[in-house]
Design a protein around this ligand. Sequence first.
Ligand SMILES: C[C@H](CCC(=O)NCCS(=O)(=O)O)[C@H]1CC[C@H]2[C@@H]3CC[C@@H]4C[C@H](O)CC[C@]4(C)[C@H]3C[C@H](O)[C@]12C
Length: 325
Amino acid sequence: MCTAATYKTKDFYFGRTLDYEFSYGDQIVITPRNYAFNFRHVGDMKNHYAIIGMAHVAEDYPLYYDAMNEKGVAMAGLNFVGNAVYAAIKPDVENIAQFEFIPWILSQCSSLVEVRELLERINIVNTPFSEQLPLAQLHWIISDENESITVESMSDGLHIYDNPVGVLTNNPPFPQQMFQLNNYMYLSPKQPRNTFCENLALDAYSRGMGGLGLPGDLSSSSRFVRVAFTKVNAISGESEEESVSQFFHILGSVDQQRGCCEVADGKYEITLYTSCCNVTKGIYYYNTYENHQISAVDMHVENLDSDKMICYPVIQGERINYQNK
Ligand SMILES: C[C@H](CCC(=O)NCCS(=O)(=O)O)[C@H]1CC[C@H]2[C@@H]3CC[C@@H]4C[C@H](O)CC[C@]4(C)[C@H]3C[C@H](O)[C@]12C
C-alpha cells in the first residue's frame, strides 16, 4: 500500500508514503537536463527538464517511484494490483513503457495543461524493463500547484480523472475511492451538535468527536478517506519548516507500523519511506522507517546541465539528539 498527497501553503508540496515488506534498493536520483533518455519505442531524448525523485537504478536508468521536475510538475506511481492492464503497441500513438511513464511526463511538461495534451497521444504499453524487473501494476497521481489528475490504464483503456482532493492510495479504482467520500460528508474538525434526538441529553464529552467514524485501519480505501480528511483540514504556517513539518504529519496519518499488516507468514508491510517534494523549489525531503530525521536533497545545488545521473543514498538509522550527554 502507498498513499500520496498534495499540500499548498506559500509553496506547493507533493509526496507519498511507500509501504511494502521489502525495499528494491532506492536512492534519491537527479536526472539533469542532458542525461539521455532512450525510450524503448519513441527514440532518444537528449535534453529535457531536470528531474529529482526516489528511484531504483538499474543499467544506469532511473526507475522512478515518485519525482518532480524543475518546472513544478510532480507525479507518483502507486500499486494498482489486479486492475492495472497495459496495452500492446499501436501505430500512430506514442508508445511509452509503463516504467518510462514518469520520465516521459516530467521531462517535457511544465504544467498539468501540457500533461493533459501529452496524454492525448500516449499509449502505456506492457514492455517490461527486464526479466529481473517485470511489469509493476501501478496507477499514478500527477499534480502541479493548480490541479491533480489520476491516470489508470485498465482492460477497458486509459482513464484520466480529475483528482479534486489531491490524494491517491491503491485499490479500488479512483472513481470508487472518490465516491466513498460521500459516506463521510458529515465529518468535521468541529465538535458535533446533538441532532440525534433533542430529548436526549447527549454530551460531546471528548474533543475530536466531529471526526468519529473516520476509518482507522490500514486498508487502502480507509487510508484514502483518512488522508483526505487530514489533508483538507490541515492548517500550518507558510514557512518552509512549518509546511514540511505539517506535510509529514498529513502522511503520518496513514503510517504503517511493523506488525499491523501481515502480507505473508511473518512478513509485514511497513512505511519504508515518506517523501515530501517542495515542487516550487525543487527540494526532495524524506524520512524512513528507521530514520525519523528529515533529510533533503536540493536539485538546484547540482549542475543541472550535466549529462550524468546524480545519486544520493537513502540515509538510514535513527539519529537521536541526546540533550544531556
Ligand atoms: C512496491 C511499490 C508499491 C508499494 C505498494 O503499493 N505496496 C502495496 C501492495 S498492495 O497494493 O496493497 O497489495 C512499487 C511503487 C513503484 C514501483 C517501482 C516503479 C519502477 C519500476 C517499474 C518496473 O516495472 C518494476 C520495478 C520498479 C522499480 C517498481 C518496483 C515496485 O513495484 C514499486 C517500488
